[in-house]
Write a protein that binds this ligand. Sequence first.
Ligand code: ADP
Length: 740
Amino acid sequence: MLTKIIFVTIDCLAVFALYFTAMATDRIQRIYARWLKWTLFAGIVAIYANILIAFSFSNRFAHFAYSIYFASIDWILYFLVGFCLAYTEHESALQILYIPAACVMAVDSVSLLLNPFFEHEFYVFATRDHMGTVFYQTRPFGPYYAHLAIDYFAIVIAFVFIIYRILKSYSFYRIKYVIILSVLLIVVVLNIAYMMFELPLDSSVIFYALAGTLINFSIQKLVPQNLMNSSIGRAVDDMNEGLILFDISDNCIYANEFSKKRFGIEPGNYDLKCEPASSVIAELNRKGLDIGEESYTHTVKEDDAVSVRHYRIKYNQLKDSKERLIGSYFLVEDTTDQVHYLEEIKSARDLANEANMAKSTFLASMSHEIRTPLNSVLGMNEMILRSTDDPALREYAENIKLSGDMLLGLINDVLDFSKIEAGRMDITPVEYNPHDLLRDCYNYFEQMAESKDLYIDVTCDETIPSRLSGDEKLIRQIMNNLISNAVKYTREGGVKVSLSDEGVSGEVRDMVITVADTGIGIDKEDISCLFDAFRRINEKENATIQGTGLGLAITKELVTLMHGTISVESTPGKGSVFTIILPQKVVDAAPIGEFVKHITPGENTYKESFHAPEARILIVDDARLNLKVAQALLRNTMIQCDTAGGGNQAIEMCRDTRYDLILLDHRMPEPDGIQTFHVISKEGVNTDTPIIMLTANVVSGAEEEYRRIGFADYLSKPIRGEDLEAALLKYLPPEKIIHT
Ligand code: ADP
């Protein structure tokens, strides 16, 4: 009796194990999980039947219990084979086999369940053990063996599929199939043992339960873990980067294929004292770091050839979720291609810099060569304008001035563009009166518009601030570009220029400048490339109109530099409206009032701003005409102007005569302006005299360079009378100046 109780207790435990395992399979979203679940449920039925057998009180009862038991064991097998096929990914075989197999199983089960009535497969007999407890046992015969043959046939099919899968799989996948195969073998062996030794009670079903649990554990935990480890190992080996792992004693525990190949690392024989780890750690320590990233260059000698490879190596610590140190690792990235690429870019950049230097030199020379004669032309012309009131002569001179200014504009455009390209265009804010700005623009273009029979209309919002701060020179340049375009590209009608603000008060106001014309307009598709450098639209039609295609490109860059925006609206044949919004600092918010166009065209309006008969200055230039221009421009100020035609003469003159100011040209035959500057500022009586560079060299960076050398100021040729007077006013001793 005790045997039976132990036996039944184990059976009950097995039922629990099977039940929970079966329920756990629900978590697996795969078809094989369903087959496993049914296998386990069939196992539960078998164990219940087994318990009934143990407690059978009559031969007939035991007979029924055995029928159920044998039938359920058949279904265990059926589902197990199904599981094997699904698990080994033979779903197609499963689809073909499972219905005919289920039919065979159904016939088989019915035959077994009818056995108590016909005893055609096995009979049941009672035995007693040495303690007198009654057991019921079976002895098969006849058709039972056919039923057994079907079972073993199914098992053989399962074996074949599993073995096939084992042979076909990657080594690290084999384990999951080997486990299933082993479990199946245990089931078969137990079954055969039960039959051969005619055991009083069939305990094999308990092992089935354990087998099911083992399968479940293996597919849910063991196999995935193994697979994960092996997969990560494989993936890391396949990586095109190196991974080297260390334990907390700094011994290498793993190096992937990349690290082994590149650095010959053998995990057992490698630690932090070996290369490249030691170099990286030493470099990090030098910087006072424990972890970080370093560059590393590795030279390999192969068959007399030396190859150099560059790496970026990252060293870091490995910690668990509770921040406890587990070890450390190196991540190695091959940066050889990147380094080569950077070297190529560097040499390309050097070449480009050289070309740029050549361009700058060319621009400097070109600008100098054109500006020098232009200086004479415009200077002499200015003298005509100042000294005559003859209308015909004045008209000629005005025309010379207009063309000269245009030529100067072209040179300035080219130079400005190169300045912007080199990032050397700076914003220099000054205080200004917006009306003066508008008035100057108006005066500048009025004649040009008139000559084309165009009107030019300027309006200014009376409420805008009376003084603003911003780069007036650049705003003037922007407006000049837009107004000159408006006049150039308009045949009839005219141009309207307006200035207003966005109406928002504050320290910085958005000033809105619009230049509208009734000109030829711009096609919609051309608007997108309007601001591209050297791009002229309708070049054929506009061939007679002067232009370089640089004006708008420069305008756009300047507006952006001043944190503003530019937009354009245009209707071909009707005209265009350019709108610029520029943030400007408010200096005096008092409303500016009515705009008055102070113009007195055709009259001699020049009036010198001061007199300084006591002051004595020296003008140095190798171009005789330029000396004359400067002298003439200063005639009305009554300043005493000495001139020198070269550096040596200037040095000589500076030995004994003390000057209040020196205007010095740069490009002269030896000694040039800079050499002369150095001598004058060291010897003689003019060591502290302000020296102003007066040059045609206006290439980007020139002004900064002159100031760095020690020149007090910088004036560019062609020189404007007002600019020259303003500079003198700034540097001449105040006691010698008489304001007019
Ligand atoms: P350009 O020196 O040729 O005038 P810009 O950069 O100033 O160069 O202008 C580029 C092109 O844009 C011009 O060639 C012209 O075709 C077109 N354009 C500029 N302003 C106007 C305008 N107000 N009306 C019509 N077309 C214009």
